[in-house]
Design a protein. Structure first.
Length: 198
């Protein structure tokens, strides 16, 4: 937890320093780039993400992200760790401007490295000793290509703070794993990113 607190303090000190710089005229967003992090990943998955987004026109931008995270004791899994790279193309419904919340849709491609560790568990039901639910141990390591679609809402304030929420859904196909029957996985993402427009 102290890692998260240190990261947040560093982030806010850096942002405060940037906000105190001399006022300059607001260049169009297509001439700037955005650096941001997914706060949900930092808080829930215990690791920061880093994304850089650059507009290529008034309505289209490209986003490159490094993602990582760790979950413990979630959905019958003792340890789940992931990392990967992601390239997302975004198409805004209207011209992206300062001070307005702009909806967008997008498509993404990337890779994902996954490690899932589960110890064997057995649940005993009743005092007579009948065994109920049980499953064996697992130590899965896999690497996958993934892709899918995104829908989101981005807001850039006039002080150039960026708030970006998005929901993505796709599919990942394993090209390497230590289990011969592993073919693919559902790929879902929920992001609440905060950043700064340089």
């Amino acid at each position: 937890m102290s890692y998260i607190i240190r990261f947040l303090i560093l982030w806010f000190l850096t942002a405060s320093f940037l906000f105190t710089e001399a006022q300059e005229s607001l260049k169009p967003l297509r001439q700037r780039f955005v650096v941001k992090t997914n706060l949900l990943s930092l808080v829930v998955a215990q690791r920061p993400t880093l994304s850089v987004e650059k507009a290529v026109s008034d309505k289209v931008s490209l986003e490159f992200s490094f993602v990582q995270g760790v979950f413990t004791k979630v959905l019958l899994t003792d340890h789940y760790a992931y990392s990967g790279l992601l390239l997302r193309a975004k198409k805004y419904f209207t011209t992206n401007e300062y001070g307005k919340a702009e909806p967008y849709w997008g498509a993404y491609l990337g890779n994902l490295n996954r490690r899932i560790i589960t110890g064997s568990h057995t649940q005993v039901i009743g005092s007579n000793g009948y065994v109920g639910v049980g499953y064996g141990s697992r130590n899965f390591i896999g690497q996958a290509f993934r892709g899918g679609g995104s829908f989101g809402l981005s807001h850039v304030t006039k002080s150039r703070i960026v708030i970006d929420t998005q929901l993505s859904l796709g599919y990942g196909s394993y090209y390497k794993s230590n289990e011969h029957n592993a073919t693919g996985h559902l790929d879902s993402q929920l992001w609440l990113s905060v950043g700064y427009c340089f």
